[in-house]
Design a protein around this ligand. Structure first.
Ligand code: NAD
Length: 433
């Protein structure tokens, strides 16, 4: 099928390449000339495992192209819209400027029978408000929220755990998407057809649930801290209950990234607009617990260094909001680094993939690519992104030969406290004695 993908960021670039890899003829369209130039040359503009391979394969096959010219959408049967929906500058609500601009630019290139499939995460009600404009061209608007995880985006796009398609009228348009996703559907991926509002809500509800689960265990970590309990043992023990499950119960410095924080805030804002703010009032608390854990990590470093960090050399392991990604949007890792710098510490940040992005946004920090060089002379070490390079491949005795001090703060509860203590370190975890 001929497909256009509008917006080629973390979601759209992967979607375009993945759709080409399953046999479609795809044009990716973005307003960012540098991104389009990189993608056209087969270079992934961000780190995502597996993306370079399917990008190269798609371009070589001739089925995958990228352009800044919206006219290239003409002739495609399905148009996926995956532009950004960031938090507004002056509030919690989602900024729909890019969605509106993308739809407006697309309208002149639509033909009767086309399907416009929204993939961006939007406040409930957005699709219904956009539908009349799309339908005036004879095309149909559906909403097909995206659940990919950065770091596993290629696999999640080609073989998702579920497909959700919200439609306004009959199921015809959903049938077209069933064709687009035929390999996944044939492989048993549940294909769930809903109305537009439900599809929009499925996405934000899923993220609200995941954020709540993380903040729940972080709230338990706060209680553990004043009682001497160990939140990791608590998580293991409650996680054996299949109704609870162990995943997303890792206490630490909390969630970040380009989705969870802004999605729960946008959900709160939308619920307020709908007169149902109280229904998701708990999401404010989820957000606050999440942000408090960053303070806690900073406090542990200060305590570990005897009450002040001024002029102390602190090595921060990690900048990305999570491993397997170079995404630093709302990264708790970088936030901890920035706060320590703000207290007068000499902060050195290392990360396998995210340093270039981090340096662009926070040029005041020192960035060192080589892990061991970054550790050399450190008075304290803080793990904030649980890359294997730090959690598995860094031996505490080796780290001890490089660092000047012996204080380690494990912001992700990813290290083995016994091994670090045995190597002479004073270990601080999150919600652990
Ligand atoms: P992003 O910022 O990486 O990408 C957005 C892209 O849209 C940018 O390349 C930008 O240049 C482009 N764009 C903006 N206006 C445009 C226009 N008028 N025409 C064409 N292109 C335009 O953002 P992202 O992380 O890919 O997220 C996109 C959407 O997908 C958001 O709504 C997000 O919530 C949702 N989402 C993201 C993920 C994820 O893991 N990143 C997962 C699920 C859902």
């Amino acid at each position: 099928m001929r497909i256009s993908v509008i917006g080629c960021g973390y979601l759209g670039a992967v979607h375009a390449a993945a759709m080409a890899s399953i046999g479609h003829e795809v044009v990716g369209i973005d307003v960012d000339e540098r991104k389009v130039a990189a993608l056209s040359a087969g270079r992934a503009p961000f780190f995502e495992p597996g993306l370079p391979e399917i990008l190269a394969e798609g371009i070589a096959s001739g089925r995958l192209t990228f352009t800044t010219d919206m006219a290239a959408a003409s002739g495609a049967r399905v148009h996926f819209v995956g532009v950004g929906t960031p938090q507004q500058k002056d509030g919690y609500a989602a900024d729909l400027t890019y969605v509106n601009a993308a739809i407006d630019a697309l309208l002149p290139h639509l033909s009767p029978g086309d399907v416009v499939a929204g993939k961006s995460t939007v406040p409930v009600g957005t699709a219904a408000s956009l539908a009349p404009r799309v339908e005036a061209t004879g095309a149909t608007l559906v909403w097909n929220p995206e659940f990919l995880r950065e770091g596993f985006a290629v696999q999640d796009t080609i073989d998702p755990d579920r497909l959700v398609v919200g439609v306004a009228g009959g199921e015809d348009a959903a049938g077209v998407l069933r064709e687009v996703y035929a390999p996944a559907v044939a492989g048993g991926t549940p294909f769930i057809v809903t109305d537009l509002a439900t599809a929009e809500l499925v996405k934000v509800a899923a993220n609200a649930f995941l954020a709540t689960k993380i903040s729940f265990i972080n709230a338990m970590a706060e209680i553990a801290e004043v009682t001497g309990a160990d939140v990791t043992q608590l998580a293991d023990a409650i996680g054996h209950d299949v109704r609870i499950g162990r995943r997303f119960l890792g206490a630490g410095i909390g969630f970040g990234g380009g989705c969870l924080p802004k999605d729960i805030r946008a959900f709160s804002a939308r619920a307020e607009e709908l007169g149902r703010g109280e229904s998701v009032a708990f999401l404010r608390e989820v957000d606050e617990i999440n942000l408090r854990r960053r303070d806690r990590a900073v406090q542990l470093v200060v305590d570990g260094l005897g009450g002040q960090v001024y002029e102390k050399r602190i090595t921060v392991l990690g900048a990305a909001f999570k491993p397997h990604s170079d995404d630093i949007r709302d990264s708790p890792a970088l936030d901890v680094a920035v706060r320590l710098h703000g207290l007068g510490a000499r902060v050195t940040v290392t990360d396998p993939e995210a340093l270039a992005n981090a340096a662009r946004v926070h040029p005041q920090l020192t960035y060192v690519h080589d892990r061991d060089e970054a550790l050399t002379g450190a008075d304290a070490v803080v793990l904030v992104t649980e890359w294997d390079e730090y959690r598995r491949q860094l031996s505490p005795s080796h780290a001890a030969t490089l660092a000047a001090g012996r204080v380690v703060v494990d912001g992700r509860n990813a290290l083995d406290p016994a091994a670090w203590r045995a190597a002479g370190w004073t270990y601080f975890g999150m919600g652990r004695p």
